[in-house]
Design a protein around this ligand. Structure first.
Ligand code: ADP
Ligand code: MG
Length: 634
């Protein structure tokens, strides 16, 4: 057969990555071996899967294992596996491009944080290319498991290009990676060093790793060992192996369940959310083992989406070993395991929240945004709701958090509702006119800062016996039953006559605003502000409305009720002006301005020009009056 050689250029992104790897990450370069061993393990896992499915496999009797050999004089290190191998097409596609999302973010991070690169590289798993941290030349020989696949050789110096050719020599199924070590990396051709690195990073690889015919890794299934025999260190080592994290986990849950299904599981709560470092989506799922044999790495279906930042393993005796990828997805046993596990995880978090507040706060800080998506888990709604935390009017700073149970512990007699309000930040809430009545009555309001909070509240509707209510759409007359805690300011009530004029003024204001508001009425909720816009009771809160509008690309301004505070000095002046001349132009200007101010604070004002123009006119008038009033003009 004719030998054919093809030369390929590395993609730009690969070149960039190679450049960083070869030049800036000296201190953590031993992880190249972890990456190659993890690829070898993946390849063996894929092969096992094919074989369980009954696919025809080349060299069927080869043992499933990884071998590391070395030659110090020649400065060569070779890592060989008997895994799935690659065809020519596959090797060109898999090694030469980068498929992983988030790689360019990683590159930027790695470049800008050289000092911290070890941590980033650890989290990201830069894969095969990391071999060029120690190699100036790499030769891959591989043969696919497909019975009639031809052996292929890949060769590169890791600079600009690589060559691929079919091989004449017959090689066994799998892949061997021959690494020509750089002058300063010959230590990786020494037995003690290799053993050391394997033990440190790859001890839990579920296939034998052999150096000079000796198995180096332990292949410990610690999730099946009794808890009392395990030390913190054992868990930590396993966690680091699973996650490439340099730190240990925040917390560990180790369970052993017999009914309704048998399974053992270790679930780790990480300390940090690396998603926030721009390292792609934190979507993992647990590794699925069947009787100690790895079936699926990072199997999503074992956890619902809102818990997929957790790491760990599940091992079950009840799943048949020869289960296929497809049937695994709809397997009733998997569903049972998941349901049980979710219950245990939520209970564990509840215990953490109660007994280890600081730990829970760390968890909340890092993962709450993802965790809150649990509002869709109707089966566990009450448990989920109990774990939520919010900022609140009852605490001092934006950093303090309360739970719904904390809130319930403080409710007033006869209070059957939990109030919340949505805003950008705490300052915005404190200036929101809707808060005035709650302050006056001393009613606690939960502060919601994230769009997802709105969905959470909307989905929950209730917690224990309390209804969740948006402070913005509450009917203020229902709050009258609560006593005032703030001393009401001494404002003289309107007399009968002025009350009538006030009613007419409200009608005039409605005429001015027309269809833009559903109603203009006297307010019972305001103390410090002249007016506000209120969603009619029972409709969505303004935050939710905005989200829905964004989703529907709806640019209209929702119609609300305008409430006017009869005790505010500005409104008192308007009553006098109306009394003097019900058609006075100033009434129009002030009404328009009050309306647009409310739109502005709620984020609905699309075009500020008209408003700015009006304010300037009003200022012009008021400065004129000021001069005249104070007789300042010469
Ligand atoms: P990742 O492992 O995250 O996919 P890598 O850069 O480590 O990224 O590897 C790229 C791809 O090359 C793998 O996804 C796999 O398809 C292929 N590959 C690498 N090493 C091997 C191997 N030993 N056997 C078979 N395929 C391999
Ligand atoms: Mg890899």
């Amino acid at each position: 057969m004719e030998k054919q050689m093809h030369k390929y250029k590395f993609k730009a992104e690969v070149k960039q990555l190679l450049d960083i790897l070869t030049h800036s990450l000296y201190s953590s370069r031993e992880i190249f071996l972890r990456e190659l061993l993890s690829n070898a393990s993946d390849a063996l896992e894929k092969l096992r899967f094919e074989s369980l499915k009954g696919t025809d496999i080349a060299d069927k009797d080869l043992p499933e294992e990884i071998t590391i050999s070395f030659d110090k004089d020649k400065k060569i290190l070779t890592v060989t596996d008997t895994g799935i191998g690659m065809t020519e097409k596959e090797i060109v596609k898999n090694i030469g491009t980068i498929a992983k999302s988030g790689t360019s973010e990683f590159l930027k991070k790695a470049v800008s944080e050289k000092g911290n690169a070890a941590n980033i590289i650890g989290q990201f798993g830069v894969g095969f290319y990391s071999v060029f941290m120690v190699a100036d030349e790499v030769v891959i020989k591989t043969r696919s498991f497909l019975p009639d696949a031809e052996p292929v050789q890949w060769h590169s110096d890791g600079v600009g290009s690589f060559e691929v050719e079919t091989l004449d020599e017959k090689i066994p199924r799998g892949t061997s990676i021959e690494i020509h070590l750089k002058e300063d990396a010959v230590e990786f051709a020494e037995k003690w060093k290799l053993e050391d690195v394997v033990k440190k990073h790859s001890n839990f690889i579920p296939f034998p790793i052999k150096i000079e015919n000796e198995q180096v890794n332990k292949i410990r299934a610690i999730w099946r060992e009794p808890k009392f025999q395990l030390k913190e260190k054992d868990y930590e080592e396993f966690y680091k192996f699973l996650t490439y994290d340099q730190e240990g986990p925040l917390d560990t849950l180790h369970v052993s369940v017999d009914a309704p299904v048998q399974f053992n599981s270790i679930v780790f709560f990480p300390k940090k959310n690396y998603e926030m470092f721009g390292l792609g989506k934190n979507e993992h799922g647990l590794d699925l083992y069947v009787r100690r044999i790895l079936i699926r790495h990072e199997f999503e279906d074992l956890l619902p989406e809102y818990l997929r930042f957790l790491r760990g393993v599940v091992d079950s005796e009840d799943i048949p070993l020869n289960v296929s990828r497809e049937t695994l997805q709809e397997n009733a046993i998997i569903t049972k395991i998941r349901n049980n596990l979710v219950g245990q995880i939520l209970s564990h978090l509840a215990k953490m929240a109660e007994k280890e507040k600081e730990k829970y706060n760390t968890f909340w800080q890092e993962f709450s945004e993802r965790f809150k998506l649990g509002y869709t888990d109707y089966a566990n709604q009450e448990k989920f709701a109990g774990l939520l935390r919010f900022n609140s009017s009852a605490v001092e700073s934006e950093k303090d958090l309360v739970s719904l149970d904390d809130y319930i512990g403080r409710v007033k007699e006869e209070q059957k509702e939990i109030y919340y309000i949505f805003a950008q930040n705490r300052d915005a809430i404190e200036n929101n006119p809707h808060m005035e009545i709650f302050r006056k009555k001393g009613l606690e309001v939960l502060y919601l800062y994230h769009p997802v909070d709105e969905f959470v509240m909307d989905a929950l509707q209730k917690y224990k016996d309390y209804e969740l209510k948006s402070a913005e759409s509450i009917d203020a007359s229902k709050l009258e039953k609560f006593e005032n805690v703030e001393k009401a300011k001494k404002v003289k009530k309107l007399n009968k006559e002025d009350e009538k004029i006030f009613d007419k003024l409200l009608r005039r204001m409605k005429d001015i605003l027309g269809d833009r508001v559903t109603e203009v009425k006297a307010s019972q909720r305001l103390t410090d502000s002249p007016s506000c816009l209120v969603s009619p009771d029972g409709t969505m809160s303004s935050g939710m409305q905005k989200i829905m509008q964004l989703m529907n690309k709806d640019m209209s301004i929702p119609k609300k009720v305008m409430e006017v505070n009869p005790d505010h000095p500005l409104v008192r002046d308007l009553i006098r002006i109306y009394d003097a001349d019900s058609k006075d132009e100033l009434l129009t200007q002030v009404t328009e301005q009050l309306y647009e101010s409310a739109l502005l604070t709620e984020g609905y004002l699309r075009d500020p020009h008209v408003m700015v123009n009006r304010i300037e006119k009003l200022m012009e008038k008021s400065t004129r009056w000021y001069l005249e009033h104070n007789q300042l003009e010469k």
